[in-house]
Design a protein around this ligand. Structure first.
Ligand SMILES: [Zn+2]
Length: 348
């Protein structure tokens, strides 16, 4: 019996061991088959992913990191990023520009109450700037009785017309909040004190001394061909300098819109004129023809020239002989300037 039981036990153990071995073998085989199935199902792609994917993914990364060369995905997203960054930067610049130029503009021009958070913070900055420093406008009645060039006598002197227009413009601008107005002269005397006879840059030097945000020289035109000439109407000269040209054009258009609607004057448009003999600005652009404009640019603010009407044109000449019309021109200039800056009238 003992022998039989021992044999039985040995058999059982043997079977157990065999089963164990079988189990292990089956397990191993199953494992291998499963892994082979995985490989087979996705085999080629996975291999490619492993072999080429990782390499591709890491190699360009390194290349970009090390030598900044532009490749594959990183290239695209990098380019897009820099594009959107650039355009964002440009927009920011434009906003900054208009903030600088339009200290009080937010309420009138954009309806600030509905602004987004970002815009609100931007306009808050603008409002803060405006409340700290109002926009400083220097009006320059062109010419004078002594030191600056004058136009031929056509029933009036240009410097007198310009002064009347400038004073009306100042009076009208001072009905608005957030603005300080300066005149380069209050009478016929020469405003170029200490600068030198006939040196018009003395006028922009004065503007710089009061911290001008804008220099507006007020003039009347003449063809130089004598009375009666055909040319008539109002025109505004602005700088070609890229820092000021776009904004100055908007300002010029705003002034001409008022001038040609409030007074019977033709719209000759916003113009530029350069003088290569004067050389270039720091940014390489050829300088503006008029010293009133080029010296404004060099002193860091935009300068424009408003030519209201042609003194030697019969139609315009009649208008210029009417003081009420001169006053209307000054008011029109002020209205255009106020509209551009988004100024609001002082509430009384
Ligand atoms: Zn003039």
């Amino acid at each position: 019996m003992n022998k039989n039981r021992r044999i039985k036990n040995i058999l059982l153990i043997t079977i157990g061991v065999l089963l164990l071995i079988f189990g292990i073998v089956v397990g191993l085989l199953a494992g291998r088959m499963l892994s082979e199935e995985d490989v087979n199902e996705t085999g080629a792609p996975e291999m490619a992913v492993e072999e080429s994917g990782k390499i591709k993914a890491s190699e360009p990364e390194r290349e970009i990191a090390e030598n900044g060369s532009i490749k594959i995905k990183e290239t695209e997203s990098g380019t897009h990023q820099s594009e959107s960054f650039e355009s964002g930067g440009t927009e920011t610049k434009a906003e900054t520009k208009s903030e600088n130029r339009l200290p009080e503009s937010t309420p009138g021009l954009t309806g600030a109450p509905e602004d987004t958070a970002a815009e609100t913070s931007a306009s808050a900055t603008a409002t803060t700037q405006a409340s700290i420093s109002p926009v400083r406008i220097v009006l320059d009645p062109g010419h004078d009785d002594s030191c600056s060039r004058n136009h031929p006598d056509l029933g009036f002197n240009e410097q007198d017309l310009n002064l009347k227009i400038a004073q009306a413009c100042r009076d009208e601008l001072e009905t608005y909040a957030g603005v300080e107005v300066y005149l380069t002269r209050e009478d016929g005397s020469c405003p170029d004190n200490g600068i030198g006879s006939g040196d018009v840059s003395g006028r922009t030097a004065y503007a710089q001394s009061v911290g001008a945000d804008l220099f507006v020289s007020l003039h009347n035109n003449a063809t130089g061909l004598g009375y009666p000439s055909d040319a008539n109407g109002a025109e505004v000269y602005i700088s070609v300098h890229s820092a000021f040209s776009d904004e100055s054009r908007k300002l010029g258009e705003a002034i001409l819109k008022e001038l040609t609607s409030q007074v019977d004057l033709a719209d000759r448009g916003v113009l530029t004129r350069v003088k290569p003999e004067k050389g270039c600005y720091d940014n390489g652009q050829v300088k503006d023809w008029y010293y009133l404009i080029s010296t404004s640019v060099e002193r860091g603010f935009p300068g424009i020239i408003v030519e209201h009407a042609f003194m030697d044109n019969p139609h315009d000449n009649a208008i210029l002989k009417d003081d009420e019309q001169l006053k209307a021109m000054g008011i029109a200039d002020a209205t255009g300037i106020a509209a551009y800056f988004g100024l609001e009238r002082i509430s009384k």
